[in-house]
Design a protein. Structure first.
Length: 399
């Protein structure tokens, strides 16, 4: 586990790619901004490198390696104003070879391999196109609102060993990503830090950690790489959501599981004007809608770089009205709504080409993957009691 700085207990809370002048606050002030570690977290000083410690570690040839010149004028938004997306290292990058070494040879061989290859960037992982699309939206927001801090803020949230940090930084810089905040916990779960980072969405390849985040009330999903590559937009962020047990609660799905479709249709018709309770990703849709309105207010509704989709197995005639009226009651909307009446979602998603699709049932996640869509499983609701997603256990130091 990496040696923490003795300058304060906030070290694991503000690890950045260390560009001089990137943040209005000094490193010490940044540390204080994030410094109150959750009480349930053990060994806070050993959870990661300091902001300035990692900066020193990333210097090469006397030149400080930071963000590319094209991004040097960007500033980090304050956490309370930003939409924070926490992404694990295995979600952002492909690390299969490193995982194999960890599984077969142990942590010491794993760390040595990472150090020996720290100048070789990782290949992009499942979440990479999504992160690039978030940054494309930020670029357009900065053009319209130069002083606004209502931006996406991406945090690398990983229980990786701190010594792997330099390779992660080099990979981030290689792809011109703007990721300033790191949380590297050296084998401990990073879940207890999510609330401290004001996380709006957490993406990981580790189903167990995602379930832990959901239990803490944080929007989270296990992300999967598609079976084949499908080109997605570089200028417009597209996000597709399932309805029940994702945007909405699972109350209607409980009716289906317990009493069948006929009773479900009767229930939905009788409760058409009663809004459904919110599901785990309602807050993320709300955050996206907030940014969309910033473009709408400039007369750019049709050119908005964020587009959202409701892709649900509900049928429009028998149960669709309640879903739409629920969104309306929340003051929310999706740009498109597709009611499939039980038909497969994969072919429609192939046409939409979202950067990410959220669903609570692995059946639909697998169908999306087969058609080339990056899909993410939301482990929430009654469907999880019937079938848990079978996943290979991931190494502790590679999330």
């Amino acid at each position: 586990m990496g040696q923490a700085s003795e300058k304060g207990p906030w070290v694991s809370e503000c690890v950045g790619t260390a560009r001089q002048g990137a943040c209005r606050a000094s490193p010490l002030e940044q540390g204080r901004m994030w410094g109150q570690l959750p009480g349930q977290c053990s060994h806070p000083k050993e959870a990661g490198l300091s902001w300035w410690g990692l900066a020193a570690a990333s210097k090469q040839g006397g030149r400080q390696r930071g963000l590319p010149p094209s991004l040097t004028l960007c500033t980090q938004p304050k956490p309370e104003n930003a939409i924070t997306i926490a992404v694990s290292s295995r979600a952002l990058f492909r690390m299969e070879e490193e995982q194999k070494i960890y599984n077969e040879q142990g942590v010491e061989a794993y760390v040595k391999y990472q150090l020996d290859h720290e100048n070789e960037p990782f290949l992009p992982g499942a979440a990479f196109p999504f992160v690039k699309a978030l940054e494309a939206v930020n670029t357009q927001l900065r053009e319209l609102y130069p002083d606004s801090e209502e931006l996406f803020d991406i945090v690398l949230m990983t229980n990786n060993h701190a010594q792997v940090g330099v390779r992660l930084i080099n990979s981030i810089n290689h792809y011109d990503l703007f990721i300033e905040r790191f949380c590297m916990t050296g084998g401990n779960s990073p879940i207890c830090y999510l609330k401290a980072y004001h996380t709006n969405l957490y993406l990981s390849s580790d189903a167990e950690k995602v379930s832990g985040a959901i239990e803490e009330g944080i929007a989270a999903a296990t992300i999967f790489s598609p079976s084949k590559d499908l080109e997605v937009s570089e200028n417009q962020l597209r996000v597709a959501f399932d309805g029940d047990a994702v945007l909405f609660s699972d109350e209607s799905e409980q009716i289906v599981k317990a009493h069948g479709l006929d009773m479900f249709f009767e229930h939905e018709k009788a409760h058409e004007n009663k809004p459904l309770a919110q599901g785990p990703l309602k807050g993320f849709l709300e955050a996206l809608g907030k940014l969309q309105k910033k473009f709408y207010s400039k007369g750019l509704r049709m050119e908005c770089p964020i587009r959202t989709y409701l892709v649900t197995a509900r049928s429009a005639a028998s149960s669709g009205a309640r879903a739409l009226k629920t969104l309306r009651s929340w003051g929310l909307e999706t740009d498109e709504a597709l009611f499939l009446a039980g038909a497969p979602k994969g072919p429609l998603l192939k046409k939409i080409r979202p950067h990410i699709f959220f669903d609570d049932q692995m059946f639909h996640v697998e169908g999306a993957k087969e058609m080339g869509t990056v899909a993410a499983h939301v482990p929430y609701g009654v469907a999880q009691k019937h079938k848990r997603p079978a996943q290979e256990k991931q190494p502790q130091n590679s999330k």
